[in-house]
Write a protein that binds this ligand. Structure first.
Ligand code: NIG
Ligand code: FE
Length: 422
């Protein structure tokens, strides 16, 4: 095989090399196709994968650069770098008070009415110095990457004023440049109606449409626009107005849809050609049909049901059987799901939604890449793709959901470079 590029990284003796080679997205029974190479090897030149195959073959070829780093995986599992397509990592104050109130039986809505919830995070963020928010966000990114996440979507949404929404997006931009993890920025000015607009919500929606969105796009601070579409937050009509404006400006669309009640958010997401509709705990049969007939990814967040003490989980099997594209994410945020562990999310998806280990792995790699529009670059280990991978302290990939609440990552590679984990 004549290879132009010389390998700068070679991983050999991989017990299970989970390549995920093949179509993106994976639908229905395709979610079980992981394309595993036993006793595999993989080589990268700078940030690009150049060869994938049997360890002996990859190793036997004399195309190594002099400085090539060789890692012996000693029979361990290697997967693509995990992708977390839904996080809210930019906040300062944590909300263990809210958590404790839930322990004592209060609901998410009751806690918000009692002064907790999103608006308490907003009040705190607005008065916190930027460097402190930056530092705390950076620590969360350290934890995300330590769990094998090499790319994460990251939302604003705890500022809810032009200035503080922009500040959050600037923090995401800055950390994307300095941190090993790759971030995909999403503007979420429509996360809640802030205190000062409670009696005039139309004016806040106008502010989002006429001031925030044009500024965010002009400054190229976001790839997506998201909205918390819920009866008690932004109605279907309000969400539609906001998202139509975002679409006109060229942003991709995401929705928090049907999280607390069935409101038709999934149908609206499909209708507007959104990249993803997320949560979907209370999605209707019409919503399932609409997603299945679209390219909109159903991003499910079982950590949120778990942390809200809900018995209700999104109907993952129904969505898969209907032919919808299913991904999984942490929803890492201070209120409804404070975790950076995507592997733990696979445990919840297995036990509470009855996804097999293979399906969960597809949902946090190739399908998660589709949920952020990056399926041409990440989520699979094939020549030409970005060299993002994880070496696990596992002999079988199915240990990921099974051996829960521990970190089994042994080495993370981002863009061909080993990451030193904090
Ligand atoms: O995804 N649903 C809206 N946003 C978050 C919760 C944010 C918060 O409580 O701070 C979520 O669940
Ligand atoms: Fe969320």
């Amino acid at each position: 095989m004549a290879l132009q590029k010389r390998a700068t990284l070679l991983i050999k003796n991989i017990g299970q090399l989970v390549t995920m080679a093949g179509p993106a997205p994976r639908l229905g029974s395709q979610m079980k196709q992981l394309e595993i190479i036993k006793d595999g090897g993989i080589a990268a030149a700078a940030d690009e994968i150049i060869a994938v195959g049997k360890s002996g073959e990859i190793e036997g070829q004399s195309f190594l650069a002099e400085s090539c780093k060789i890692i012996d995986a000693k029979g361990a599992v290697v997967t693509p770098g995990l992708i977390d397509p839904h996080t809210h990592p930019v906040f300062s104050m944590t909300r263990e008070d809210d958590f404790e109130m839930r322990t004592l039986g209060k609901s998410y809505e009751e806690i918000a009415e009692a002064g907790g919830g999103i608006r308490s995070s907003v009040r705190d963020l607005r008065k916190t110095p930027r460097d402190i928010i930056e530092k705390k966000t950076g620590a969360r990114l350290d934890r995300l990457i330590s769990y094998g996440i090499t790319t994460a979507e990251a939302k604003s949404g705890y500022g809810l004023s032009t200035e503080s929404e922009i500040m959050q997006l600037e923090i995401i931009k800055g950390l994307n440049e300095t941190h090993s993890i790759e971030l995909v920025p999403t503007f979420l000015g429509a996360h809640e109606v802030p205190d000062e607009f409670r009696n005039n919500r139309q004016e806040y929606i106008d502010l989002i449409i006429n001031e925030m969105l044009p500024l965010v796009t002009k400054r190229k601070l976001a790839q997506f626009c998201d909205v918390f579409c819920e009866e008690s937050v932004f109605t279907i009509d309000e969400s539609r107005r906001i998202q139509e404006a975002a679409k006109k400006l060229g942003l991709g669309l995401k929705f928090h849809a049907d999280e607390l009640k069935s409101t038709g958010g999934a149908e609206l997401a499909a209708l507007l050609g959104a990249t993803s509709a997320d949560h979907l705990v209370y999605i209707s049969d019409a919503g399932i049909k609409a997603l299945a007939a679209s390219r909109t990814v159903a991003t499910l967040l079982p950590g949120t049901s778990f942390s809200l003490r809900s018995k209700q989980y999104a109907p993952a099997r129904k969505l898969i059987e209907a032919g919808a594209i299913v991904a999984l994410a942490t929803d890492c945020n201070p209120g409804s799901s404070y975790t950076e562990s995507l592997p733990f999310v696979t445990t919840l998806a297995s036990l509470q939604m009855r996804l097999t280990a293979a399906e969960t792995l597809t949902a946090i790699t190739v399908n998660a890449a589709c949920a952020i529009g990056r399926q041409h670059r990440i989520g699979r280990l094939e020549p030409g793709m970005q060299a993002d991978m994880v070496i696990w302290d596992m002999q079988d990939y199915r240990e990921m959901p099974y051996h829960y609440a521990v970190n089994l990552v042994s080495q993370v590679i981002k863009k061909g470079n080993p990451v030193s984990l904090n």
